[in-house]
Design a protein around this ligand. Structure first.
Ligand code: HEC
Ligand code: HEC
Ligand code: HEC
Ligand code: HEC
Ligand code: HEC
Ligand code: HEC
Ligand code: HEC
Ligand code: HEC
Ligand code: HEC
Ligand code: HEC
Length: 316
């Protein structure tokens, strides 16, 4: 029994993929629409689709105002005449239709809007199906709900899951921020499926005060927030990629107090105008105070830029 079922399903799939576009147009839909299918499929597994947005008959765009189940599962005359033959399109399981065949069913109605850049996107190119993220036979699709969305993404993106446990992280686990606040998983003209065309534009959506324009700009901030921050999680405070003194020294290490920050040698400096002058020279290589706590940011507190007339060094 099992063997024949498999054989027939295989046969069906072969025919289906071979002539899908032709068959979708030429095969007849069930005479009584979804009622035909519901005669057998009215259990708790399939029926909830009727109380989801797709079940709204009053909306002329919805599947149930069109071909019902077959708007997604494709015309399925073989399945109706022989229960062992699969329906036109299968979304799950071992015999699932190829991802692009599945996705086309959904794109027939959902090509526009957020999906404008679906074709050629990272998910489309890697055979991720709409149904890998979306669940249809439920009242409310969990990926559209803030608290349940990340769990779905984490099933494939384990690195971001572990980032979310780090000391400093966007409040994703806390249900305040979701992946789709920053990403459009359907495709993007920008890098890394970001919602906006650049990293900074994405960040400004919520951290608007960082947008400027400012009297004194710190160039790396304007260029890319990720010069100093990591988006998903860090074991340094404030999602920083490194501790402030090291972080700053990646770029500011050529001269002056910033290059000697960890040596203590500068404590003896008498160069006028610099802050360490006020400390009595000890002659000893004591731990440099500029490495304490927030390091350089103890003084350069307006690190994202300043609007103060004397804020050229981001100290106020
Ligand atoms: C006469 C009863 C009957 C009718 C009518 C019927 N089905 Fe089925 N369908 C079945 C049975 C039996 C199975 C296989 C057993 C199972 O449910 O696991 C099945 C399986 C399926 C599956 C899953 C296949 C798989 O391999 O996982 C889908 C999808 C499906 N049917 C869709 C439809 C659609 C769409 C219609 C209407 C066009 C429809 N069915 C009409 C009885 C029916
Ligand atoms: C909006 C598109 C859509 C409509 C309409 C729809 N389905 Fe489905 N169906 C799916 C998707 C996607 C899955 C995969 C599981 C999920 O997302 O819940 C699925 C899964 C199934 C399954 C289980 C087999 C599997 O692949 O997991 C059956 C059986 C089924 N559908 C039957 C039906 C019947 C009967 C109807 C009409 C009452 C219907 N479907 C209407 C998209 C749809
Ligand atoms: C016959 C047209 C049609 C097909 C086919 C179709 N949908 Fe829809 N879908 C709609 C309509 C109409 C709505 C409700 C209005 C809207 O949000 O655009 C909707 C809404 C949705 C929503 C939002 C749900 C919510 O709760 O707000 C998701 C997600 C979705 N569809 C995914 C899918 C996926 C995945 C498929 C393929 C398995 C699919 N749709 C197939 C017409 C369709
Ligand atoms: C990688 C996961 C993922 C994949 C793959 C995916 N989606 Fe979505 N989809 C989401 C998320 C997350 C949202 C919620 C977006 C938001 O709130 O901004 C969403 C929202 C939607 C919506 C409702 C919002 C709207 O646009 O009106 C529709 C419809 C939809 N997706 C259709 C599709 C279709 C069709 C496909 C396949 C071509 C697809 N999705 C593939 C994750 C995905
Ligand atoms: C079924 C597995 C799967 C699910 C679920 C999934 N993804 Fe993906 N995602 C992939 C694959 C495969 C790629 C492409 C390979 C890669 O870059 O890791 C990818 C790529 C990405 C990228 C782009 C990476 C790059 O280097 O350009 C982002 C961003 C992303 N996914 C976010 C999400 C979000 C957000 C969700 C949940 C809404 C999600 N993904 C759900 C499998 C998945
Ligand atoms: C605060 C905004 C934000 C949130 C929330 C967010 N991301 Fe990202 N994500 C980004 C940025 C920015 C990048 C680009 C990183 C880069 O270029 O190094 C990125 C990159 C990625 C990548 C590609 C990784 C790589 O190193 O190439 C994946 C996958 C990803 N994100 C998945 C997710 C998932 C899954 C979630 C939800 C759990 C999520 N993101 C939440 C902003 C965010
Ligand atoms: C959807 C809104 C949203 C977006 C978009 C967003 N953030 Fe956030 N960000 C938040 C929230 C909420 C917090 C937590 C604030 C709190 O705890 O007081 C936060 C906190 C932070 C923190 C401080 C973390 C800490 O440990 O105190 C940094 C740094 C940060 N975000 C950087 C970024 C960067 C960089 C981007 C762009 C890649 C970005 N954010 C995009 C909402 C967002
Ligand atoms: C030159 C490195 C650098 C760049 C680039 C940078 N930041 Fe920061 N950011 C920091 C440092 C250092 C802190 C910690 C400040 C502190 O401890 O007072 C911080 C803290 C934050 C905080 C939490 C405290 C606050 O000020 O609200 C947010 C949010 C933030 N950054 C967002 C951003 C955004 C958005 C961008 C891009 C527009 C960005 N940062 C670019 C270095 C940087
Ligand atoms: C990615 C490289 C980079 C990082 C990281 C970075 N900066 Fe800068 N910083 C710059 C550049 C470029 C300028 C502009 C220099 C100029 O105009 O000559 C600048 C300017 C400054 C200035 C103003 C100096 C002047 O001569 O106008 C101060 C003060 C400063 N940075 C402090 C910091 C501190 C503190 C940190 C760590 C929190 C830091 N920077 C991290 C690249 C960086
Ligand atoms: C105790 C306070 C303090 C600490 C800590 C501090 N700075 Fe400064 N920094 C200043 C002041 C004040 C100026 C303005 C100097 C002047 O007027 O010449 C300045 C000037 C600068 C300048 C621009 C002038 C120059 O010498 O090129 C840079 C760049 C700079 N700091 C980087 C850093 C870095 C990087 C760190 C951490 C490794 C750091 N600072 C730690 C107070 C501090």
């Amino acid at each position: 029994m099992r063997k024949t079922l498999l054989a027939v399903v295989f046969g069906g799939l072969f025919v289906m993929t071979g002539s899908l576009t032709a068959s979708a147009q030429t095969k007849p839909y069930a005479p009584e629409g979804p009622l035909t299918c519901l005669k057998c499929h009215n259990d708790q597994q399939q029926a909830p689709v009727l109380s989801s947005v797709h079940g709204v008959q009053g909306d002329s765009h919805s599947p149930f105002a069109q071909h019902g189940c077959e708007s997604c599962h494709g015309p399925s005359p073989e399945h109706l005449s022989s229960r062992t033959a699969a329906p036109g399109v299968l979304f799950n399981g071992k015999f699932a239709s190829p991802p692009d065949v599945q996705n086309q069913q959904c794109l027939n109605c959902h090509q526009a809007g957020l999906r404008m850049n679906w074709q050629g996107s990272q998910h489309a190119n890697n055979d991720v199906a709409c149904a890998s993220c979306h669940t249809i036979h439920v009242r409310k699709d969990p990926i559209l709900v803030k608290v349940s969305q990340p769990a779905k993404c984490f099933t494939c993106h384990t690195e971001q899951r572990s980032d979310s446990f780090k000391f400093s992280h966007h409040p994703i686990r806390e249900g305040k921020v979701v992946c789709s606040d920053c990403h459009n998983p359907h495709g993007s003209p920008g890098p890394k499926l970001l919602k906006e065309v650049t990293v900074n534009e994405t960040c400004y959506n919520c951290h608007a005060e960082k947008r400027g324009p400012l009297l004194w700009e710190h160039l790396p901030v304007r260029e890319n927030c990720l010069n100093c921050h990591t988006p998903h999680g860090s074991n340094q405070a404030r999602l920083l990629t490194e501790r402030p003194s090291f972080l700053c020294q990646d770029c500011h290490a050529n001269s002056g107090h910033q290059s000697a920050i960890l040596s203590g040698a500068q404590l003896n400096s008498t160069k006028p105008g610099l802050p360490y002058k006020v400390f009595p020279p000890t002659g000893a290589a004591v731990t440099n105070f500029r490495a304490f706590a927030r390091g350089c940011v103890n003084c350069h507190s307006q690190i994202h830029g300043s609007n103060n007339p004397s804020g050229a060094y981001f100290t106020r």
